[in-house]
Ligand binder design. Structure first.
Ligand SMILES: Cc1cc2nc3c(=O)[nH]c(=O)nc-3n(C[C@H](O)[C@H](O)[C@H](O)COP(=O)(O)OP(=O)(O)OC[C@H]3O[C@@H](n4cnc5c(N)ncnc54)[C@H](O)[C@@H]3O)c2cc1C
Length: 116
């Protein structure tokens, strides 16, 4: 390698790959808690990190409005929204039932919440 090639190698070595520190955060459940959490994380985390929300249902339903649905004051469409819309906010939505979480020897789980 000539002198020019060596100097390029030196410059490249100093450039830090932002994806090397990339993390994926799973939000389990797309209810009001999950949607609020995913949106708050997406707002606060740099874009190199992925926020993935998993739910077995396609739509987010506003549970308190079920009372209005029951008495005919709302339609089903008026109290629900497709979770897929969160993709516009940069949240990766997966339609999947969580009966078990996939783990690999390289996975590191950092559970959070009141049960810790
Ligand atoms: C009729 C009614 C009226 C209410 N009124 C009020 C009120 O006035 N004020 C108030 O503060 N609260 C009210 N609540 C309670 C409020 O709706 C709940 O506290 C709130 O929805 C809980 O939010 P969450 O995100 O924790 O759970 P949920 O909204 O229950 O969301 C859980 C999500 O996880 C998903 N999920 C669950 N298990 C799995 C699985 N195995 N795999 C994949 N996905 C899964 C579900 O599909 C769901 O989307 C009311 C509830 C009802 C039913």
């Amino acid at each position: 390698m000539g002198a020019v090639g060596r100097s390029h190698v030196g410059v490249l070595a100093k450039v830090r790959d932002p994806m090397a520190d990339s993390k994926t955060i799973l939000v389990l459940g797309g209810g009001v808690g999950g949607v609020a959490t995913a949106r708050a994380l997406r707002k606060r985390l740099p874009r190199q990190h992925r926020v993935v929300l998993i739910d077995r249902e396609r739509d987010h339903v506003v549970a308190p409005s079920l009372l209005w649905l029951m008495v005919g004051k709302r339609t089903a469409g008026a109290i629900s929204r497709p979770l897929a819309r969160l993709a516009r906010k940069g949240i990766d939505v997966r339609l999947q039932a969580m009966n078990a979480l996939p783990t690999t020897s390289s996975s590191r789980w950092a559970p959070i919440g009141p049960r810790n």
